[in-house]
Design a protein around this ligand. Structure first.
Ligand SMILES: *[C@@H]1O[C@H](CO)[C@@H](O)[C@H](O)[C@H]1NC(C)=O
Ligand SMILES: *[C@@H]1O[C@H](CO)[C@@H](O)[C@H](O)[C@H]1NC(C)=O
Length: 400
């Protein structure tokens, strides 16, 4: 074979997640180069090839995986909620793309609700917009309003954190230092569906029910009853995140946030600044960085008692991988080394494949002590976490 002959390399690899509406359908592209030109095959995560399903799934002549728009009654789980990958192959080897989680969403009527919140005078209140779980992945709060039509925008609107009202990055309406007058308003949330673009006002209005304490009340955590007070929170890098400390007390309590030093039981007070703010008991981190990941502790005290809440924050960064060197030509009997260089957070596993088959190696460095004829081909390293995966490929050619 000539020197310009080479195994497949992806030019265009699909993304990890593809969500689409039954009314729009979707087309997923996968392109590879190589010499000779590789063929593209779509497979499931078990490696079996995917075929046409009339009206629901087609492979176009240029290798796209096509999901046409479909009626609600034609939804099929094994077609419309499936993990796919694309495989590119020519005579020099095969490579497989990252996992592609495809999810079709049938437009369905939904209503969100706002319920009344009980709050002790002087404490902060948090009104929640309850979104049904079957749409929760696609719907988010865009604003709040009271019955007079007064709008409360989101943190993204450059609204400060000093005012009485604040829409948290997670969508709740935060109201500080609640007084008796706050019991007269009622609030609705407005949500937006990211696939259809439709916005909708909550079906119910919620108001604050202000209670007057009789004597002292030690801090009480609301919400998760007597479960362990550990919350897991995930946010993409550069996103905004809210860590909640939902406690009320009388006299009004003090809240202090700490972060554990990784791998120890020692903790340090969280440093507040332009990026990291505390509003009553709520900690708001803007433009999150991977280093913000870790275990946080909120301690809330007043003169009669105390409580604490833990939150584990994971700031994610997109995964990517590269193999060094991308090609190498090694003589029979000589060693070959490939190094997988990767970035992103969190990284749970590293694995290797040769020509689309797992080789049971999970270290970043792959070493072949003495290259044999059957070692030539395409090598790939994959990095994964629960949500995402990324891959890189490299070619091993045999020398003289
Ligand atoms: C998608 O589903 C909705 C809800 O059942 C339906 O109204 C709509 O017509 C469907 N779209 C297509 C293209 O059939
Ligand atoms: C505050 O509450 C915590 C948690 O209950 C408790 O361990 C701590 O001693 C209290 N601190 C003060 C100063 O009362």
């Amino acid at each position: 074979g000539g020197a310009d002959q080479k195994g497949p390399v992806f030019l265009k690899e699909p993304t990890n997640r593809i969500d689409f509406s039954n009314s729009t359908g979707a087309e997923i592209e996968c392109k590879a180069s190589g010499n000779p030109m590789p063929e593209i095959i779509w497979i499931r995560s078990d490696g079996t090839a995917v075929g046409d399903v009339p009206g629901l799934r087609q492979i176009s002549s240029d290798g796209k995986l096509v999901f046409p728009p479909f009626r609600a009654e034609d939804y099929r789980q094994e077609v419309h909620a499936q993990v796919y990958a694309c495989l590119a192959r020519n005579q020099f080897g095969s490579i497989i793309s990252r996992d592609v989680h495809v999810r079709a969403v049938v437009q369905q009527f939904y209503e969100s609700e706002v319920n009344n919140e009980y709050v002790i005078r002087g404490n902060a209140a948090v009104l929640k917009c309850s979104i049904p779980s079957f749409v929760a992945d696609f719907v988010q709060v865009v604003s709040w309003q009271d019955e007079e039509g007064q709008l409360y925008g989101s943190l993204g609107d450059q609204q400060g954190t000093d005012g009485k009202y604040l829409v948290l990055p997670s969508g709740e309406l935060h109201i500080r230092e609640v007084g008796p007058e706050d019991g007269y308003k009622s609030y609705q949330c407005r949500t937006k569906h990211r696939l259809t673009g439709e916005t909708r006002l909550s079906a119910t209005k919620g108001r604050l029910v202000i209670t007057e304490p009789v004597g002292s009340v030690s801090p009480q955590l609301s919400g998760n009853g007597n479960q362990e007070h550990i919350t897991l929170t995930r946010v993409p890098k550069m996103g905004s995140v809210t860590l909640m400390c939902p406690a009320q007390a009388y006299p009004v309590p003090f809240f202090r946030w700490y972060k554990f030093i990784e791998g120890t039981t020692r903790k340090q007070a969280v440093v507040l600044n332009d990026r990291v703010k505390q509003v009553s008991g709520t900690l708001i981190i803007k433009d999150a960085v991977v280093e913000d990941s870790g275990k946080y502790l909120c301690v809330v005290n007043n003169s009669v008692g105390g409580e604490s809440v833990e939150t584990v924050l994971t700031v994610t960064a997109p995964l990517s991988a590269k193999i060094d060197p991308p090609t190498q030509t090694v003589d029979f009997g000589r060693p070959a080394v490939f190094t997988c260089q990767y970035t992103g957070n969190p990284i749970k596993t590293v694995s290797w494949m040769k020509d689309g088959k797992a080789i049971g190696h999970s270290e970043p460095v792959l070493r072949i002590e003495s290259v044999k004829k059957e070692d030539k081909g395409m090598y790939q390293c994959f990095v994964r976490n629960d949500q995402e995966s990324a891959e890189a490929s490299a070619e091993l050619k045999l020398g003289g």
